[in-house]
Design a protein around this ligand. Structure first.
Ligand SMILES: Nc1ncnc2c1ncn2[C@@H]1O[C@H](COP(=O)(O)OP(=O)(O)OP(=O)(O)O)[C@@H](O)[C@H]1O
Ligand code: SF4
Ligand SMILES: [Mg+2]
Length: 352
């Protein structure tokens, strides 16, 4: 495997709150391969956005802290680098589409002004005509019709899909090598969601970008990602290439998420499966496995011992479908080629 573009090692971060310091991301590690898309999934509050903000050096200050870990990009540890270096990395090397377009865009400034500001960050000496030409070009690239008019409008004058396209344009302004997209389609209706996903796919291919795609929508993950990191309560529950994750989930939480997906082949009026219970509060995390209060496989060991993330590739005879729809013959997987890891004391029971 080629050297990853980004390698995050044992990331631990959290916030100083009125109740003291609370760790919200606990020992998260992952790599991003050039040109590929890594999906980050998990229920609300699992630490997806905080992990991404830590990579960008954008944890809310002064409360947010990266306590431990390394964020290696081109040999440099971004967790330990200067603010000046981060200013260059942010936007020009790693761009981010933020979770809420309406809060990320400033409602009192016209779209053009906000795009100009983004462009000025990355290139000095641009005059008004240059900025307008570049902003129009960016809006065209993200499929916004009549871009000259849109530049003069305020965010509230745009539809949700348009605002998301503007956010994508802003994230692309610095021509980043890695793009982090945090729930880029969640607030959109299904048709617009599909258009935005198509746009992101096209842009990724044109620019050869590496992507981190954050979502709680496993349907989108199946369509868009090469590899998936399932997070639960600030930790990694499972990590696998996308085909393996859906065909052979080894963590009870992943299995629960997949079983909660609506299916076309179940009779109508069949109630959707759900995972009982909720993610524990940060201040009330169980001592061992954080999923233990919701897990049908939990035993006494789960309550006291944190399960390590371990490889389950070599011992499980997982076979993958030949075609993307899960059909066709199966083919044996080269044990080390597909990295599949799981943090569960009893994953063999799910693999059996
Ligand atoms: N500024 C903050 N101060 C204190 N706690 C915070 C802060 N920002 C986030 N958190 C907490 O960190 C945890 C992880 O939040 P995060 O936003 O990363 O979740 P998420 O997985 O992105 O969820 P969602 O799917 O809802 O976007 C949550 O419990 C959240 O309440
Ligand atoms: S470690 Fe135990 S509680 Fe946690 S997911 Fe595995 S079986 Fe369930
Ligand atoms: Mg989030």
């Amino acid at each position: 495997m080629a050297e990853p573009v980004l390698r995050v090692e044992n990331l631990c971060c959290g916030f100083h709150t009125e109740d003291g310091y609370i760790r919200v991301v606990d020992g998260v590690s992952f790599e991003c391969e050039a040109g590929k898309t890594l999906g980050l999934v998990g229920e609300s509050g699992c630490g997806k956005t905080v992990s991404a903000l830590a990579v960008m050096g954008l944890l809310p200050q002064p409360a947010g802290v990266v306590e431990e870990g390394r964020i290696l990009f081109r040999g440099e540890d971004l967790a330990a680098t200067s603010h000046d270096t981060m200013r260059v990395v942010r936007g020009q090397q790693i761009g981010m589409i933020f979770q809420e377009p309406m809060t990320a865009l400033n409602p009192v400034h016209r779209v053009g002004k906000q795009l100009f500001e983004a462009l000025r960050l990355y290139e000095s000496g641009l005059d008004k005509d240059d900025l307008t030409a570049r902003a129009v070009e960016l809006l065209e690239q993200v499929g916004i019709p009549d871009p000259v008019r849109r530049l003069r409008e305020y965010p509230h004058q745009l539809s949700g899909g348009m605002r998301q396209r503007v956010m994508i344009a802003m994230a692309l302004a610095g021509q980043p090598e890695i793009l982090i997209a945090d729930e880029p389609t969640t607030a959109l209706d299904v048709t617009v969601q599909a258009q935005i996903l198509d746009l992101l796919r096209e842009l990724q291919q044109e620019r050869g970008m590496t992507m981190i795609f954050i979502t709680h929508d496993l349907g989108v993950v199946a369509e868009f990602c090469d590899e998936v990191l399932v997070m639960y309560a600030g930790r990694i529950a499972e990590r696998a290439p996308v085909g393996r994750l859906f065909n052979a989930p080894h963590h009870p939480y992943t299995r629960g998420l997949i079983e909660s997906l609506p299916r076309m082949d179940t009779p109508s009026r069949t109630p959707l499966n759900t995972i009982e219970g909720v993610v524990p509060k940060l201040t009330e995390m169980p001592a061992g496995c954080r999923f233990s209060n919701r897990c049908g496989y939990a035993d006494e060991r789960c309550g006291r011992e944190v399960p390590a993330l371990e490889s389950c590739t070599e011992r499980s005879a997982v076979r993958e479908p030949r075609d993307a729809n899960g059909g066709g013959d199966t083919e044996a997987v080269e044990p080390r080629a597909a990295r599949h890891e799981v943090a569960c004391h009893h994953w063999q029971r799910l693999a059996a």
